[in-house]
Design a protein around this ligand. Structure first.
Ligand code: GMT
Length: 373
């Protein structure tokens, strides 16, 4: 098949999923055309069967705002025509599903549109009355819609009153990249006295509740020698640093900024902390599990579908900092339980979220829309 993919190309779970899916589809012999405003960050080298078409948004002085959605629609239509695309797979309903709808109107109904919902398009924008109707329109006019968790499907139905079928297609992990690595030497630099190592990875937006991460760690630290690795950057970072200082934790909380090689960084740690207020899936929890790291998570959105409570980590109510700290201590202090959770985390990641199975699910959806009248 000839497949166009549009996503936000900057760092973020949806961009990662869209790019990795494109690479897997290309490996399986499909031709993949990325139509994005910049080179997706995981696509920086040559891949057979993959092409990149930049959406170059001009900001003419007549426009108060650059018209990204229209430029994208026009570029989608051009690429669909010149490359004879079968399917446009767009990640995020706004504005990508709307741009795809326009492109389809320009080139004809032969072009099929598949929209994947990743979260904030529903959990944040879906509540915005200026956007709600157009999000619903984009979803209803897609040939197929998928969402990354059952929780997101339920929320989409509830918030937008949508009856159209939505396929559940979980995010996936490629076990050729995500597996436990030997990082003992580097780990020793951060934890020279055999401290237990906790890790948090996010874009430090307020929904990630990064202050809770520090408070959970503070509770852990009162009972056991421990270090916390904080990976990523974002608006909450200065606040989190201040909180760590206030709680006397600056020696033990290590800020490593943005990191590319997540599997290596995860392999330095013992347990991931992910107490988010919203998380339609929680790709980073899956990445941690694939590297054998149990996750202490909140029960936000799709997180309980990823992290099995009492098997691959613990799931507690959003904001239950003490509960999360106590569970982390219980887990890390019991080597038999820890080994079992670690093994089960890898098994679950590879079995339920296997990259090959999920790629096939998307292929089946593409075939279905291409044969439907
Ligand atoms: O979580 C973010 O801040 C980034 C956002 C994105 O656009 O990449 O992540 C969303 O999509 C990911 C991939 O499907 C999910 O793993 C994240 O849970 C989801 N984020 C939220 O729902 C807040």
């Amino acid at each position: 098949m000839k497949i166009g993919i549009t996503c936000y190309p900057s760092v973020g779970g949806s961009g990662v999923v869209a790019t990795e899916l494109g690479k897997l589809l290309a490996e399986r012999g499909h031709t993949v055309h990325f139509i994005t405003s910049g080179m997706p960050f995981r696509l920086g080298k040559y891949y057979r069967n993959i092409y990149f078409h930049e959406v170059d948004v001009n900001s003419y002085s007549v426009f108060q705002y650059p018209p990204y959605d229209l430029t994208l629609a026009s570029r989608m239509a051009q690429v669909a025509q010149t490359e004879n695309l079968d399917v446009l797979h767009v990640h995020y309903a706004v504005p990508h599903a709307i741009s795809a709808y326009l492109a389809k109107k320009m080139v004809g109904d032969r072009l099929k549109v598949v929209t994947t919902l990743h979260g904030t398009d529903i959990t944040v924008l879906g509540y915005d009355h200026t956007l709600k109707d157009i999000i619903r329109f984009g979803i209803e006019h897609s040939d197929a819609v998928t969402a990354v968790s059952q929780s997101l499907i339920n929320q989409t139905r509830e918030v937008l009153q949508i009856e159209k079928p939505i396929d559940l297609v979980y995010n996936f992990i490629d076990k050729r990249e995500y597996y436990p690595r030997d990082m003992c030497d580097v780990r020793e630099e951060y934890a020279p006295n055999k401290e237990k190592v906790f890790i948090h990875i996010s874009n430090f937006r307020s929904v990630k509740r990064t202050d809770d991460v520090v408070r959970i760690f503070h509770r852990i630290k009162q009972r056991i020698p421990a270090k916390l690795l904080m990976i990523g950057e974002g608006p909450e970072l200065p606040i989190v640093r201040e909180l760590a200082a206030e709680l006397g934790l600056l020696e033990d909380v290590i800020f490593l900024g943005k990191q590319e090689d997540i599997a290596c960084v995860l392999s330095m740690a013992d347990v991931m902390l992910l107490p988010s207020a919203q998380e339609s899936f929680g790709l980073v929890a899956l990445e941690a599990m694939a590297c054998g790291k149990p996750v202490i998570a909140s029960d936000a959105g799709g997180l309980p579908e990823v992290v099995k409570d009492g098997e691959t980590g613990f799931v507690l109510p959003i904001g239950d900092v003490d509960g999360m700290g106590d569970k982390a201590i219980e887990l890390i202090s019991d080597p038999v339980m820890y080994e079992r959770f670690s093994r089960q985390a890898i098994e679950r990641a590879y079995h339920t979220f296997c990259h090959k199975d999920i790629t096939r699910q998307y292929e089946e959806i593409y075939r279905r829309v291409l044969t439907e009248e």
